[in-house]
Design a protein around this ligand. Structure first.
Ligand SMILES: N[C@@H](CCC(=O)N[C@@H](CS)C(=O)NCC(=O)O)C(=O)O
Length: 201
């Protein structure tokens, strides 16, 4: 059986789990919970993933896969799923990169608070990361709403998991303000069974 190194709070892992749920494949992957950070990587993560990150998908019949977007594409291809549609592949991949990039900035902000001593934490750097997130949210709200409102694909899943992570870790920054279309879209997306089944505990 395939094994997924995971943590419930990781937005990258959540993408994989949402996709598995949407594909009806959750039973085909065993979840192996780990606690890992950049400064205290879990040994099993360091063995499985060259960059010591999660998710990593350990396969009995092939090499271990990472990062999250490689894993989602592999699972979709294995299941002959609809989440990387050839007809819109470049838009889908760009949207996926946008959602993943929001996660990157949001996760770095969390690590700044958690993994660096308090006197070394840099407010300008944190604000710059949040500035990237705001810019991406504005782009989504202005230019991507018709794609987001269409069939669910890997890009749509990534954005959904990124917005959920902003609520989870950066709720006080009010990402919804001035972005009504994105807010309305997310309210519906968050109600999907796959999203409800993967809420971080
Ligand atoms: N680009 C990677 C990012 C994965 C990532 O940063 N995961 C975090 C957990 S949310 C992690 O393992 N961090 C440990 C580290 O950065 O050393 C992906 O999409 O899988």
């Amino acid at each position: 059986m395939m094994r997924l190194l995971y943590a419930p709070a990781s937005p990258y892992v959540r993408k994989v789990r949402v996709l598995l749920h949407e594909l009806g494949m959750s039973d085909e992957v065993e979840l192996v919970e780990v606690a890992t950070t950049p400064t205290k990587p879990a040994p099993e993560v360091a063995t499985a993933h060259a960059l010591k990150k999660i998710p990593a998908l350990i396969r009995p019949e092939g090499c271990t896969l990472y990062d999250s977007r490689v894993i989602t594409r592999y699972l979709d291809s294995r299941a002959h799923g609809p989440f990387y549609p050839e007809s819109h592949i470049w838009e889908t991949l760009t949207l996926e990169a946008t959602g993943d990039g929001i996660m990157d900035a949001a996760v770095l902000m969390v690590y700044e608070g958690r993994c660096r001593p308090e006197d070394k934490q840099d407010k300008d750097w944190l604000d710059a990361q949040w500035g990237k997130i705001e810019n991406a949210l504005d782009a989504l709200n202005a230019r991507w709403m018709s794609h987001l409102s269409g069939p669910v694909d890997a890009g749509v899943i990534s954005v959904g998991c990124a917005l959920a992570y902003l609520d989870f870790r950066h709720g006080a920054r009010s990402w919804r303000k001035g972005r009504d279309a994105l807010d309305d879209w997310f309210a519906v997306f968050a109600e999907r069974d796959s999203m409800k089944a993967t809420v971080p505990s």
